[in-house]
Design a protein around this ligand. Structure first.
Ligand SMILES: O=P(O)(O)OC[C@H]1O[C@H](OP(=O)(O)OP(=O)(O)O)[C@H](O)[C@@H]1O
Ligand SMILES: O=c1cc[nH]c(=O)[nH]1
Ligand SMILES: [Mg+2]
Length: 210
């Protein structure tokens, strides 16, 4: 991908996102819409995957038909909210390998605290898509991407639902090689580091923990 930031302005994405932002939307509907949007965003982030051809036989004749090239993709969920995006993307790319980076954001310092890390082997040979619905300060995603690079990943993309300009700038500075796909670029962060107008705490809204 050539753009550092891609905002997917498709009407279906924007309509579903508006319902997700509304505070009256239930946990069940929030989760379902995130699943639906994740597939539309996945369509965009996989647009330029490497392709090759292979010889096949249709009922009519032989042809060289397009097929994905290279090792299976790696999807990396940044826990826990990343799992809300992961499910839908995995439905679209069922053969992908899956990894997990456990991080939570310390509410005082806004710095990520790591508690888990497990990723597929041979990351250096795979297209890696890291998923987390919220890019706020960018501290969590920048740390997660660094861990993936430390494991050898060279071709990383970041998929989120909402981004703040502060988080996009942080990622651009720390990881200019990592393209970001999002459904919206919001106004900025409030004093507590929450995205405005945003949708609140994605993890709490999707799992009903608050
Ligand atoms: O860009 P940042 O300022 O780092 O904030 C974004 C992070 O905050 C949220 O996770 P949270 O820490 O709430 O953990 P959770 O997914 O377990 O709710 C979100 O899912 C990101 O991981
Ligand atoms: O607005 C925000 C910022 C960080 N994490 C969230 O879930 N929401
Ligand atoms: Mg949270």
């Amino acid at each position: 991908m050539t753009e550092h930031l891609t905002v997917v302005r498709h009407p279906l994405v924007q309509h579903k996102l508006t319902i997700m932002r509304e505070k009256s939307t239930s946990t069940a509907v929030f989760r379902q819409l995130l699943r639906e949007i994740s597939q539309l965003l996945a369509y965009e982030i996989t647009r330029e995957l490497p392709m090759t051809t292979k010889p096949i036989e249709t009922p009519m004749e032989a042809m060289d038909a397009p097929t994905l090239d290279g090792k299976k993709l790696a999807l990396i969920s940044i826990l826990r909210a990343g799992n809300g995006l992961l499910d839908g993307v995995l439905e679209l790319i069922p053969s992908a390998r899956v990894g997990f980076v456990g991080l939570y954001r310390d509410e005082e310092t806004l710095q990520p605290v790591q508690y888990y890390y497990k990723v597929p082997e041979a990351l250096e040979d795979r297209v890696v898509i890291a998923v987390d619905p919220m890019l706020a300060t960018g501290n969590s995603s920048a740390a997660a991407v660094q861990l993936l690079k430390d494991s050898g990943a060279k071709n990383i993309r970041f998929l989120c639902l909402l981004a703040a300009p502060e988080g996009v700038a942080r990622m651009k500075e720390a990881h200019p090689d990592v393209p970001i796909v999002t459904a919206a670029l919001d106004d900025g962060l409030n004093d507590l580091g929450y995205i405005m107008p945003g949708l609140g705490d994605a993890g709490d809204r999707m799992f009903g923990t608050k």
